[in-house]
Design a protein. Sequence first.
Lengths: 355, 245, 289
Amino acid sequence: MRAFLFYLFSILVGGLFFIFARWLGNDYLFFAGYTVLQFIVLATAWNILGGYCGYVNFGSAAFFAVGAYSSVALHKLGANVDRYFPESLAGLAKAILPLNIPTLIIIGGIMSGLVGLGTGYLTLRLRGAFFAIATLALAVVLQTLIVNWDFVGGSRGAYIIRPADVPIIGSYIQYLFLIMLVLSVIALATARIIEQSRLGYGFATIRDDEIAAEACGVPTLRLKLIATTISGALMGMAGAPFPYYIGYLEPSSAFGLAYAVNSIAMPMIGGTTSWVGPLVGALLLGTLQQVATVTISSAVNLLIVGLLLVGFVIVAPKGIIGLVQDFMRERASDQGQPTWRSRLAIFANMRPGAR
Amino acid sequence: MAEPLLHVDNLGKRFGGFVALDGINLSVQPGERVGLIGPNGSGKSTLVNCMCGTLHNETGSVRFDGHIVDGLAANQRTHRGMARSFQLPRPFHTLSVTENLRIPLLFTAHSRSGRHLTREEAESRCHELAGLVGLAAKASKLPRDLTQVEMRKLELARAMAADPKLLIADEAMAGLSQSEVTDIVDLLIKLNERGVTIILIEHIMRAVMSFSQRLVVLVSGKKIADGVPDQVVNTREVIGAYLGE
Amino acid sequence: MSVELLINAIIAGLLLGGFYAAVTVGVSISFGILDIVNIAHPAFIILGSYIAYIVNQTFGVDPILTAILVLPAFYALGAAVYQVYYTSFEKRGQDALRGLAFFFGLLFVTEVMLILVFGVDYRYVQAAYIEYTWHIGFMDLPFRMVIPCVMSLLMVGLLQLYLSRTFTGRAIMAVSQDQLALQLMAADPIKIKRIAFAISIATASVAGALLIIIQPVEPSVGREYIGRVFAICVLGGLQSLPGTVIAAMLLGIVESITATFYGPSWAPAVSFSFLLLTLAFRPAGLLGR
């Protein structure tokens, strides 16, 4: 029953926003909304490995970029079928390519998932600190590879031309917005399902005490690999539509620092213990940044994010939902009866100490 | 003689230049109650860590239930039927007492029995385990709300939750009152009567003597005695190790 | 492939590696000895570079001299950062996640603030010896690399002496191994750790000055060094300073040869690939532990 409510609620909210934005007639809201939704996916994905398992990933940009560049590579293949395919396959290729966005998302997800699996396999046997450093390394190595790969444009970048006909809706950006909305719901649903499953318990033990977890029979390496793969795959899925959104993709924007810091800051500020945290963090910080970029400058808004991250990590380590949880726990213990607050907390799985 | 449940063969472990364990030989028969004693720093916990896979031994081997387990990770050994409590309690600090107990149930016990426990079965088993060690009242508390003693009881209960063939209890009774010690000893003896082999590592001599069928003494990484408790405590080397010569 | 080119590449690599040792020694202390993953270390280095730049621009003072003058300030900064880190994380027994996020935040904030103040243009310093190159036969030894290499090795050597001969130095080495024993010796482990961390940040001041002598600097240069620093640190065996120097030179040579024969755009990948490979196959370092 609770799951049904969750999906209904998220579809309603998303749908309402969509209708509102269309009514306004201004495409800007769709552009801004797309970015915020993208961050919801990235933050949620990061949190599956970072918040649930306690393994910090500094290379979110790498996984995002793998998704983005898969799309670019496939787009290039599609645009130049005769150059890259032998006669016999050209016909088949022309029929399949160019691929539609949902397919690209799945492929991007698979590619990034594999990268996650590979990185994990190389480094997850070591301590969490080494894994974190390895993810930093990964981002730079991948960026260097892409910069030197002329097929996808190298450092010059690649232009992506949007297809002329738009499925379902009239405007292309609205189509992308809807896709990202669905992707956000999928990401949040994945996080929520993990949280309530045996997998979620396993992740929590890895975060709390990996050695004790092993002693209890938890297959920590396998679970960590699962987490890295899911997390990477979701990030790649968020990246796959990006070239179509932005029109021109070059490495410094795909691998931008904004992705690394935001995918860490949003869950840590929102709260890492449940799926609600990254959502809250992404909505708040994402909107804040959209406003700041327009009013101040993009460098300053990144500075604000960085300062907020440091501030929250020191002062409020449990994030916003942690603060709310403490507030609710105090209030609930006053009366001992279920109030609308405690019911809301239960709905969002924020009941302390129980699942 | 029947095949031992656990057979440690010439086990050696060093930390840099420091020799923690030197050629340890130990055999434990199924259903035995073995006590393991020794001064602080003699290597008891290191031995447990090597047996259970938390640490890797450089020399020697460990056979459990008829198979060499040296290459296996700790969680795989737990799946085979080894369970241990930690000398310094390591609870999962974001999970409640019952949730802590649920982890071995979810990840080990059901796989060993071959069937998944339903939610209700798991819940009741967790409560049962909590009650056995006297933590029933604190079932939904987090570890930070427990006293040191209660955390040790949780450690022991969590090891029991894995439904092991061999349970290694590492100083589970430190800080307990007289009656609590008796309760835990009784609990362990009952567990043993149900077929669980137990190695008890303790400093509380009363508990060790009343519990053990066999006593092993470790000093400075070497085994210096292994036999009937009453005889072992009266040998010269053992007395010397504790009182100094 | 000319031999002379190869030999010059190796020489450049050795000199570069010597410099890399200065950059890494701070992390050898904070990560190798104190077990604090200070990924913000390169940010402090870049800060040192910019301070050297400003003083050089305004007063014409030699960067290395500036660094030495500014050492106490960096030491104090390091002590302050450690204090915040300790009270917020280590004391509370927080999971490593938050400590990492903290340092990442510091790295990020420093970089963005430098961008805001100085912009993204490359900055460089002027000094008498920078243009000069020492020619021995076909071998080229540019002074802008020789001086930093020499200063770096000097600094690492002094640190090694300090850590092995003085009481505080040995206490620092001990604190990583046995806190209890240290307490019994009536030394406060927290104070010792704070001193150690402060020293590690102080080295960043010198490393920063050396950096801006070798190459022009802009705010994002710090991030390139994260991989190098940790690659060298892990390869060198974490706690060992001599190991760090050897690993640094090795990396310097590999990078130099790659840049000479395959082009500089591949250079960042070298150190990071080094790191990934080391972590995957030999995490205990070259000299093993």
